[in-house]
Design a binder for this molecule. Structure first.
Ligand code: TXA
Ligand code: MG
Length: 355
């Protein structure tokens, strides 16, 4: 597993404190040190079972403001609040619908975020001034240990600069935010690899705002029905800024195609350097202008690896990344969603200067 200490050659310049922590049995010292930084109003990047989060005391508006500044995040984009258990989640909500109770019992701790009516204790800056608050109970032992050590909720978006790829390894956090945060808890790769499912339970039926590691079928099993994620194209008001078209994106232009092979060959023939992310072949090959990244056939394994692959390709300074579109089935929904956002809107929807 890639650790900060073991990969000093490839480390970008940074000024934050980095503490290695055991992902299964977090040691007391790094957790106590991170908790002290958070108590003093600082920023700590920490692993969750999905991606690394950038945490601050959710009840301290000044500390949360530092998150927005570090990420370059628009103040209109609300932040998920992390708590150690469902009982604490209740204290942040004005209302606790039956569905919330059932979903919490089934999926918490785990990669499900519930959007609830906010209670007065939640600062405006966390909710972007809106009437709701997004809450989740992370399962990662390091996140759990940290939440229990601080005894206050942690506001934590993914630990990347706004619109970029989420980090699944400590080195991804350092590259994006190393000079903008106080401390990083390095517990190696995050197991899930994609962000949590975001479900709004203030509406009837509850509405999927962001597909994630918990699938719609799993939600339906518990609460009977779920309204699908709104498409971005229509004139419906956006309910979750994470649904913005261009998001979760590498810096290299990315194209998404049912089968990229011909496109990759054509681009290479034009003299461009191309990364090809594909499930069609078993062995990685770097032939001349093309780097081929073989991906797992299984959706969960694919999700766990995707961001690390895109982060790595981004460092190769390629002209283009081509990704084969995975199957159009619900188990691939979250992967498809992130790949579409990484590719951005189709050219015809962009103003001419961007096309
Ligand atoms: O897996 C995850 O959810 C990670 C880890 C660190 O917990 N966090 C994460 O946070 O992905 P972030 O900020 O990168 O994405 C949170 C998404 C955004 O799309 C945001 O707009 C939406 O949740 N969100 C937050 N609060 C909301 C609210 N009150 N109503 C609707 N959407 C909300
Ligand atoms: Mg994010």
């Amino acid at each position: 597993m890639a650790r900060a200490a073991g990969s000093a050659d490839h480390m970008p310049s940074m000024s934050c404190e980095i503490l290695t922590v055991d992902p299964e049995a977090p040691e007391a010292m790094p957790i106590a040190r991170a908790a002290a930084v958070l108590r003093a109003g600082g920023l700590v990047a920490f692993p969750t079972e999905t991606v690394y989060g950038l945490g601050a005391n959710a009840l301290d508006a000044g500390a949360v403001a530092k998150i927005f500044a570090a990420k370059g995040r628009p103040s209109t984009n609300p932040i998920i609040v992390h708590v150690p258990d469902a009982a604490t989640a209740c204290t942040l909500a004005a209302d606790w619908p039956t569905e919330a109770g059932a979903l919490a019992a089934r999926f918490w701790p785990g990669p499900l975020t519930l959007v609830l009516s906010r209670s007065a204790v939640v600062p405006d800056i966390v909710t972007a001034g809106g009437p709701t608050v997004a809450v989740r109970v992370p399962a990662h032992p390091v996140a759990q240990a940290l939440l229990r050590a601080v005894a206050f909720p942690l506001a934590a978006p993914s630990a990347n600069r706004s619109t970029r790829l989420s980090p699944t390894r400590a080195e991804h956090v350092l590259r994006d935010l190393g000079d903008r945060i106080d401390l990083l808890l390095d517990a190696g790769s995050t197991p899930g690899g994609l962000e949590s499912t975001v479900l709004d339970v203030t509406t009837e039926p509850p509405r999927l705002l962001r597909p994630g590691l918990i699938t719609p079928a799993q939600l339906v099993e518990v609460i009977g029905s779920v309204e699908p994620a709104a498409s971005d194209g229509g004139d419906k008001p956006r309910r979750s800024p994470g649904l913005l078209d261009k998001h979760y994106a590498p810096q290299t232009p990315l194209e998404l195609l049912p089968d990229g092979r011909q496109r990759v060959e054509a681009l290479a023939a034009q003299g461009l350097r191309v990364g090809w992310v594909t499930r069609a072949i078993d062995d990685g090959v770097a032939t001349g202008a093309v780097i081929t990244l073989p991906m797992p056939q299984d959706a969960k394994a694919y999700a766990a690896r995707l961001y690390a692959v895109l982060h790595n390709l981004d460092r190769e300074q390629l002209d283009r990344i081509v990704v084969d579109l995975p199957p159009d089935t619900t188990e691939w929904l979250a992967v498809q969603d992130r790949l579409r956002r990484a590719a951005g809107p189709p050219p015809e929807t962009l103003p001419p200067e961007h096309a």
